[in-house]
Design a protein around this ligand. Structure first.
Ligand code: ARG
Length: 260
């Protein structure tokens, strides 16, 4: 995670971002700290990345890399405004003992567009990550990559439309409206038992969630997901990240998972 010390919305690279709308920085920090403390209280270790004043979107740490089996696929950002974040992440991995690091040839925005199940890596495209990054990830991780086409600009990253609930049983939840008809059919075929989110919960960024297989941390506004999650024996934990929503991100965007 990376604290939102320098968070602000000065440019717009997704429909959620409105530079005219004020951001309450101290509230953003407090909300982010609550999320960090929730992870710790659940027994998870949180590593921190040093924020940089010239990179206001750095709080969305999920985009900086993808780690599977301890192997690190670096990011390459679609927008110039975020380009320099990729190197900051790689620097952290090098300083923290990761040796299998691949600097990507193609644009990929880390876990924004890569979701990991036990069997597959699900990969978004259409707005940010290049379809070519899917082959690159498959080759580097040696896991089958399933490409999914995103079609609604509000759901510009895969992690705004789909979330892995259990990476052992391959349980996922997603909002079908974010995907092309073909990709919807692929998801229905691979995950016939998936939790299907409604539009209102997707619009509250409810799919931007992090699950440890039992607790699901998600934006608290996605009230329609709480019941269905409980019915599947998950424990939903609502988190208020209203300020970070103004940049187009929530729980998952703020969290990069280090899979050993
Ligand atoms: N403002 C950021 C952007 O548009 C938000 C990134 C959200 N991160 C995510 N994993 N979806 O790039």
């Amino acid at each position: 995670m990376c604290p939102p010390t320098h968070f602000e919305v000065t440019y717009s690279i997704n429909p959620w971002m409105d530079p005219g709308k004020p951001v309450d920085l101290s509230l953003a920090l407090a909300q982010w700290e609550t999320l960090r403390d929730r992870y710790r209280a659940l027994g998870h270790t949180v590593e921190l990345l040093e924020p940089r004043a010239d990179l206001p979107d750095m709080v969305y740490a999920a985009n900086g890399a993808t780690v599977v089996d301890g192997r690190v696929l670096g990011a390459r950002f679609a927008h110039r405004e975020r380009e320099a974040e990729a190197a900051a992440h790689l620097e952290w991995f090098r300083a923290n003992g990761f040796t299998e690091i691949h600097e990507p040839a193609h644009i990929n925005e880390g876990e924004g567009d890569f979701a990991v199940t036990s069997t597959y890596i699900l990969a978004g495209r259409g707005f940010r990550s290049s379809p070519l990054s899917h082959d690159e990830a498959q080759e580097f991780f040696g896991r089958p990559v399933i490409g999914l086409e995103l079609v609604d600009p509000r759901y510009y990253h895969l992690d705004t439309a789909l979330s892995v609930l259990d990476d052992e049983t391959d349980e996922i939840m997603y909002y079908p409206g974010a995907f092309s008809p073909g990709s919807r059919a692929v998801l229905a075929r691979l995950f016939p038992d998936a939790l299907i989110a409604r539009e209102a919960d997707a619009a509250a960024l409810g799919l931007n969630a992090v699950s440890d297989g039992r607790h699901v941390l998600l934006p608290q506004g996605a009230v329609g997901l709480f019941g269905p999650l409980r019915a599947r024996d998950f424990e939903p934990v609502g988190v208020d990240l209203s300020e970070l929503l103004k940049g187009g991100g929530s729980v998952k965007c703020c969290t990069q998972e280090l899979r050993p």
